[in-house]
Ligand binder design. Structure first.
Ligand code: NAG
Ligand code: NAG
Ligand code: NAG
Ligand code: ZN
Length: 973
């Protein structure tokens, strides 16, 4: 089979003076007897922040921020071509991809030469520089793969970056470190780490280390050399020569402005003091910053002079050698030094740049965008799977052209560290949502084509994007329609369907024509207000649908009787204690206050008092200790005790055969529904919040807090990028002696999918439907920040308060879900692992009028996979080729059964196509696994050596805990 990406490149003429080859072969000579200063020209080009991606690319709105990426790339290429010794590194492929499309052949050839000679080097090389706290590992990996694939297609092996470059994200995640290692990077460079951590590391000379990204994978698979840059990603003071800077240029000659001697002296001082903090006779200086090099001549001309004049001093005994270099050339020198590096196993959260400056607010900022991003990356998997399962003709099927690429790029852009992070300006957030919506349009065409091809119908499919607020034109108006449920998971799911309807009863039948229990319940007052004028159905039809793995089932719905829903039984205060139950759980509420009071696990025979309510922290606007205000980045409450939104909730109960619900109304802007359905071993909490009132001029940060009597000794657990789980301890950091100055904000951690507390026996887990900040501020409690509305900027460059206007300008309303799981601690992972996956890639509903497709049920798999195995990627890659990723969902030692290795036969797994040949790839999917050779590093416990890659037998693919295996498969339909 032909593996894409390995195309032969034309022979290129070497420019005189340039090194031969790229990568480590192209590194400039260094001086073993001197301090070598690696000057790394770079630009940091945010894929949206104060301006949209388009505005940054073209240089629109320059009065707000002067930045035009097209000019940066034009200018850098010309300046590199002018002088062979000059180097430049570039990171953000989203911009490069646009620029490349607009270049003529001669420019493309020139750029290719620069890359082949290592003069232009890619670092990071993802579509963007992804956020680390709020990005889910699946989406983060997709965006990395998307960028790297393009680089490889354009430039071959020389385009493949050797170092990961996360110079601006606000804290760093362990799972992402493991990802970088497995994608094949040799090193990772970071700009921001906590100021206390940095000071301690600087004293111990531990700014460079080996980061072990996983406790499940055998070292060195998830190990990555990690360097913390000295000056974030900026140049040393006084040496900034961009048009955006105001330092004086290097003035040589004899005139009165001559300053070259002073500049060189100050440079040498900076070099010597930096060298004190690092271990070898090599140091790296980042010569660039945000959107620098638009007029690259300024930077390069001054750097040329700095290098010449610095090195001229060697004749007078100076022992400093300055050179143009790149992060990978610097890394190679560190490797050659053959030192033993400290080992790190925890992560870099939370990040603070001062005692009252914890960057833990962005874990929750812009909850609607975070929700839409999560929903979109789940839908991307649906789109991509159907694109693969239905075969190539699906892109031009009966509903027109559609494919997954628009959504893939939009989701990739949304991973940027000012996108899903919620730290962009409002108009930029709107633009990210616009890009995602365009992606949905194209994918919905593709889904229609796929269902038509697979199901044999030309029905006018309908996609109900407004189901979260109970809006769906087809179900509202039609007495006869079909619901198609597509399941992107590799095991069968039972899924609650909830559709707005006009009638009072319906007959629902499953794919085999058998009746399915259903019920019409009234649309809640909260939902009616929320949907505004968008829909008018009085009721919601509820039933449980099932769908097979990687496949769909159809459910036919016929109205039996018209008229609105019948009034459900109501409970009002004064009655007996209200409760809801199913076969797994019974949930009790306080009859006076309406709060959740106790959860009983009926199957396991134990119970736990659990109190839950909503509170708000009053956002600081600065105080006597510090002028720091809470903002989009920073969380700073002005007190440790949050205020309850309400002391009690008005409640009503709804008990039917298909669902039991308790509705809580805390206030006009805060309500919640607690739900149990037959068969579901968890409690669902659907919260609706907003507009947060700010007429009192107080910024508010709203949390949902759960309180239990569990003795948790300051410990709680949060996930890393939705995958690994890390233990957190209140007022504690594993690698330095913490001086805690923000008892709430300084204990917040990112939660992508789950947070839990436990004692010896019992574990209470909360799963989220989007990224949020979370903590356990008091023993036995856990909390998640669900919404924030702030009136001040926090002084990190955004210059805008996080005060989202929402649909009508009165303030954002958000609705989301938490799933609460109460299990014996030893068995908890068996439940939360697969459930969390269902939250990330939920089934997708499509509607059609009348009876719908002929084929009532379809599965892309021949058999379901066990609950510890997930099909992470099924993605078309050119003619007859698919990228496949299989993933073990459990960590080592987490579950007696779940953590066992699993073996699958890849050749007989899929029913939609036959795999004719398969090649194993590194995690990014862009390079064959057996071609990856990474630098090995000494640790205090020796040099871990990778196991040789065994020959692949696709009939027997074994996955160890936390392992993801990536394949490029040739297939026939
Ligand atoms: C080297 O030292 C001599 C004598 O002090 C001085 O004249 C000359 O400028 C120095 N050269 C450099 C490059 O500093
Ligand atoms: C690197 O250091 C180790 C001891 O830490 C030594 O055994 C080994 O020979 C050294 N390798 C080289 C290439 O110097
Ligand atoms: C409902 O979902 C849409 C995206 O499909 C999102 O834009 C909107 O904010 C959600 N509404 C609420 C109230 O959460
Ligand atoms: Zn940035």
């Amino acid at each position: 089979m032909a593996v894409p990406g390995a195309a032969a490149l034309p022979l290129l003429l070497l420019l005189s003076g340039a090194a031969a080859g790229c990568g480590y072969q192209s590194c400039p000579p260094t001086r073993p007897d001197m301090l070598n200063v690696h000057l790394v020209p770079h630009t940091h080009d945010d894929v949206g922040w104060l301006k949209t991606v388009d505005q940054y690319y073209y240089g629109v709105r320059n009065q707000e921020q002067h930045a035009g990426v097209q000019y940066i790339l034009d200018s850098v290429v010309a300046q590199l071509a002018a002088h062979p010794a000059r180097r430049f590194v570039y990171a953000e492929v989203a911009f490069l991809a646009r620029w490349w499309q607009q270049q003529d052949t001669a420019t493309r050839r020139l750029v290719t030469e620069l890359v082949q000679q290592g003069r232009l080097e890619f670092v990071g090389g993802g579509w963007c520089m992804s956020d680390e706290a709020t990005a889910h590992y699946g989406a983060a990996l997709e965006q990395l793969g998307l960028g790297r694939r393009l680089l490889r297609r354009l430039f071959g092996a020389c385009g493949t970056p050797r170092v990961a470059w996360q110079i601006d994200p606000f804290g760093h995640a362990r799972d992402l470190a493991a990802t970088f290692a497995q994608v094949g990077y040799d090193g990772l460079f970071l700009g921001r780490v906590d100021h206390q951590d940095k000071r301690a590391r600087l004293q111990r000379r531990e700014l460079e280390l080996l980061w072990r990204g996983s406790t499940s994978l055998e070292p060195p698979r998830a190990d990555i050399f990690t360097g913390i840059l000295p000056n974030m990603y900026n140049p040393p003071t006084g040496l900034c020569w961009d048009q955006l800077c105001s330092d004086p240029p290097v003035v040589d000659g004899d005139g009165p402005e001559r300053n070259v001697d002073a500049v060189v002296t100050s440079f040498l001082q900076a070099a010597h003091s930096q060298a004190q903090q690092y271990r070898t006779n090599h140091i790296l200086m980042t010569m660039g910053s945000d959107f620098h090099y638009e007029n690259a001549h300024l930077w390069f001309k001054n750097l040329d002079k700095l290098i010449v004049h610095t090195n001229a001093r060697q004749a007078n005994g100076s022992r400093v050698h300055a050179l143009y270099s790149t992060p990978s050339c610097y890394l190679r020198e560190l490797h050659r030094a053959n030192l033993t590096w400290p080992l790190k196993t925890d992560d870099f959260f939370p990040y603070s740049d001062g005692p009252h400056q914890f960057w833990t607010g962005y874990f929750s900022s812009r909850p609607a965008l975070k929700g839409y991003e999560r929903l979109s990356s789940g839908f991307l998997q649906v789109c991509s799977q159907l694109e693969a399962l239905a075969g190539p003709s699906v892109r031009g099927g009966p509903y027109g052209p559609g494919d997954s690429s628009v959504l893939r790029e939009a989701v990739a852009v949304a991973q940027h560290h000012d996108a899903v992070a919620g730290t962009e300006r409002q108009h930029v957030a709107n633009d990210y949502a616009r890009q995602l919506a365009r992606g949905w349009d194209s994918c919905q065409v593709l889904v229609a084509n796929a269902l038509s091809l697979l199901g044999g119908t030309k029905a006018p499919f309908e996609f109900c994007n407004g189901l979260n607020v109970s809006v769906c034109p087809l179900s509202e108006t039609s007495p006869h329609f079909t619901v198609i449920l597509y399941n992107p998971l590799a095991w069968p799911v039972a899924w609650p369907v909830r559709l707005p309807v006009k009638g009072s009863s319906y007959a629902v039948s499953d794919p085999q024509g058998r009746p399915v229990a259903s019920q019409v319940v009234p649309v809640s007052g909260v939902t009616q207000r929320l949907r505004g004028g968008a829909g008018g159905a009085p009721g919601e039809l509820l039933f449980q649908a099932r769908a097979p793995p990687l496949g769909f089932s159809t459910f036919e719905v016929k109205q039996v009787s018209p008229g609105g829903p019948r009034e459900p039984p109501r409970w009002s205060s004064g009655d007996l204690e209200p409760w809801i139950e199913n076969e797994h759980l019974r949930v009790l509420f306080d009859p006076v206050t309406g709060h959740l009071r106790e959860i009983q696990n009926l199957a396991r025979g134990f119970s736990l008092p659990v109190f839950q309510s909503f509170y708000w922290y009053n956002a600081s606007t600065g105080d006597g200790q510090s002028p720091q205000a809470s903002g989009a980045y920073i969380f700073r409450p002005n007190g440790s005790t949050p205020f309850p939104v309400a002391e009690r909730a008005a409640t009503h109960l709804l008990k039917t055969a298909v669902v039991q619900e308790l509705h809580q109304n805390f206030s006009a802007w805060c309500s919640q529904v607690l739900r149990l359905r037959p068969g579901q071993p968890y409690l669902e909490l659907e919260w609706t919040l907003g507009p947060i009132p700010v007429a009192d001029e107080l910024g508010k940060e709203v949390i949902s807090r759960f309180q239990t009597p569990l003795r948790t000794a300051g410990r709680f657990y949060t996930d890393s990028n939705g995958r690994q789980v890390l233990e957190r301890r209140r007022d504690y950091r594993p690698t330095w002696n913490l001086s805690q100055s923000e008892p709430v904000a300084g204990n917040y951690y990112p939660v992508n999918t789950r947070i839990f507390i436990k004692d010896q026996k019992v574990q209470l887990t909360v799963l989220t439907d989007r990224s949020q900040g979370g903590s356990s501020v008091l023993d036995g409690s856990l909390e998640l920040m669900v919404h924030r509305r702030l009136l001040r900027d926090d002084g990190r460059g955004l210059a805008e308060a996080l005060d989202e206007p929402g649909q009508d300008g009165r303030g954002l309303v958000v609705r989301g879900r938490h799933l609460v799981l109460l299990e014996p601690a030893a068995a908890a992972a068996d439940l939360h692992r697969p459930r969390a996956q269902e939250m990330v890639t939920p089934p997708y509903l499509v509607l059609a009028p009348g009876p719908g497709p002929h084929l009532r049920e379809f599965s892309g798999l021949r058999r379901a996979l066990p609950p510890n195995l997930h099909v992470l990627s099924v993605e078309p890659r050119g003619a007859g080729t698919l990228l496949l990723r299989l993933e073990h969902l459990f960590e080592r030692g987490e579950s007696r059964n779940g953590s066992q290795p699993v073996t699958v036969d890849l050749t007989t797994l899929f029913s939609a196509f036959t795999i004719t040949s398969v090649r194993e790839m590194a995690l990014g999917g862009d390079v064959p696994l057996d071609s990856v050779s990474r630098l090995l590093w000494n640790t205090p416990t020796g040099i871990p050596k990778p196991r040789p890659v065994p020959p692949l037998d696709p009939r027997s693919v074994r996955l160890e805990p936390m392992e993801i295996r990536t394949f490029l498969a040739s297939v026939q339909y």
